[in-house]
Design a protein around this ligand. Structure first.
Ligand SMILES: [Zn+2]
Length: 177
């Protein structure tokens, strides 16, 4: 598997207080790292959503608190996880989520509604004429990419992203540097 040039978070210690599990670790570098929502990709290829706090620029240490249950079996001191910010991590999570049922379908325009200046509502036939691929934002429409993959949550990915990333579980959509 090709890995992107993302910072690594090495777990130093897992501290538990008041039922909260604080994953204390140190980053390999701070490129793109900030306090806030983040994802860790574990050595066992699981992606965990959570929050980075107490980031110290001097020694690159920080605290990660998982927003998901049952992560203690996935994380342990000494492990190296790949760090993703909220935006990238959300996309990695979609790619690695095996509970999603992707179906290839033809995009069909549907009605949209428009609110006029006088407050009345106008129905525009075929007004909803495109979707965006969640990974690279490419338009999925009758004119550009008529086929796409849609999951049970209504998430769309274009055919290229499905074949290149969802199917293969690859990180190629992340531009390094
Ligand atoms: Zn795409």
């Amino acid at each position: 598997m090709e890995f992107p040039n993302q910072p690594y978070f090495t777990i130093l210690e897992i501290a538990r207080d008041n039922n909260e599990e604080k994953i204390i670790g140190v980053f390999s570098d701070l490129n793109g790292v900030a306090n806030g929502y983040a994802y860790l990709f574990t050595e066992s290829r699981k992606i965990i959503k959570g929050k980075i706090s107490d980031l110290k620029l001097s020694d690159k240490k920080a605290v990660f608190v998982s927003a998901e249950e049952q992560t203690s079996t996935l994380l342990a001191a000494g492990q190296q996880c790949m760090y993703f910010d909220g935006y990238l991590g959300e996309r990695v999570a979609i790619i690695f989520d095996t509970s999603r049922n992707w179906r290839k379908i033809l995009f069909e325009p549907s009605e949209s509604t428009r609110i006029n200046k006088d407050g009345s509502v106008k129905v525009v036939k075929g007004g909803w004429d495109h979707e965006h691929c969640v990974i690279d934002q490419k338009n999925i429409s009758l004119h550009e990419n008529p086929f796409g993959y849609k999951d049970q949550f209504g998430t769309w990915v274009c055919v290229d992203c499905y074949n290149n990333y969802v199917l293969t579980k690859k990180f190629g959509f992340i531009k390094s540097g």
